[in-house]
Design a protein around this ligand. Structure first.
Ligand SMILES: Nc1ncnc2c1ncn2[C@@H]1O[C@H](COP(=O)(O)OP(=O)(O)OP(=O)(O)O)[C@@H](O)[C@H]1O
Length: 224
């Protein structure tokens, strides 16, 4: 589980984006992160992923303060968390290479990485694309490849930034089901989205990011 406590953040060039934001991302549930453009949803998720260090406040992962943990421990904690950007960066090579990439850098041998990458691709209905070059894919296909790459490493916490944005109706529904199943199997899933309808369908709880703060509430309170 990840806990952000009274987190403050601003970029070099601007005002405070987060001014005392707190939230929890728990295993076994889907958390919807909603709020207006520029409110700080992406920033918050990158802090939860251990990519950005807050200027004030605490980030706890499984009870350990992430940024004061020794390097090796911090790396181990961060590896349980995967963040998928709205505009994913794909490596050169095939779709299979891309989905297997996270596993390869975690030290799995080629065969095992391939087997797990194929499984993840099947889950998202993109197994027919495995031999295609990643550079020729549509935006929606790229998004699914990035999500498959994340699923393949079996993270304890999965953070997705606008995962539905470029997907057609059928793929949105498929992803919705996959995320629900992931949570039911114990993964903690957080989804930043502008689509409150999808958020309400998939999430157990919601967080509204606004004015630098994060307000946690029920689906009824924040989404409907
Ligand atoms: N790399 C950066 N450098 C400077 N400012 C940034 C940077 N990234 C984000 N910001 C600013 O921080 C604020 C929060 O941005 P963030 O992307 O976290 O919001 P968001 O809620 O995810 O927005 P959206 O819904 O539009 O995706 C915005 O004002 C944005 O302009």
């Amino acid at each position: 589980m990840i806990r952000l406590e009274d987190v403050w953040y601003r970029y070099d060039s601007g005002d405070w984006v987060l001014r005392g934001a707190s939230l929890e991302i728990r295993e076994g549930e889907v958390l919807a992160i909603v709020g207006p453009n520029g409110a700080g949803k992406t920033t918050l998720m990158k802090i939860a992923a251990g990519i950005y260090r807050p200027l004030r406040g605490r980030v706890e992962a499984w009870g350990r303060e992430l940024w004061t943990a020794p390097g090796a421990e911090r790396l181990a904690l961060r590896r349980r968390i995967v963040y998928v950007h709205e505009k994913p960066i794909l490596i050169r090579g095939t779709v299979l290479d891309n989905i297997a990439y996270g596993l390869r850098i975690r030290g799995l041998d080629r065969e095992e990485a391939q087997r797990r990458a194929e499984e993840a691709a099947k889950l998202l209905g993109i197994d027919m694309l495995l031999d295609r070059r990643a550079s020729g894919l549509s935006r929606g296909q790229q998004q699914l490849v990035a999500i498959a790459r994340a699923l393949a490493v079996e993270p304890r916490i999965l953070l997705l930034d606008e995962p539905f944005a470029h997907l057609d109706r059928e793929k949105r529904r498929l992803l919705l089901n996959v995320l629900r199943k992931q949570a039911d199997n114990g993964t903690g899933v957080a989804v930043a989205t502008h689509d409150t309808y999808l958020a309400a369908r998939v999430a157990n709880r919601a967080v509204l990011v606004e004015n630098g703060r994060a307000e946690t509430g029920s689906i009824d309170e924040l989404l409907l």
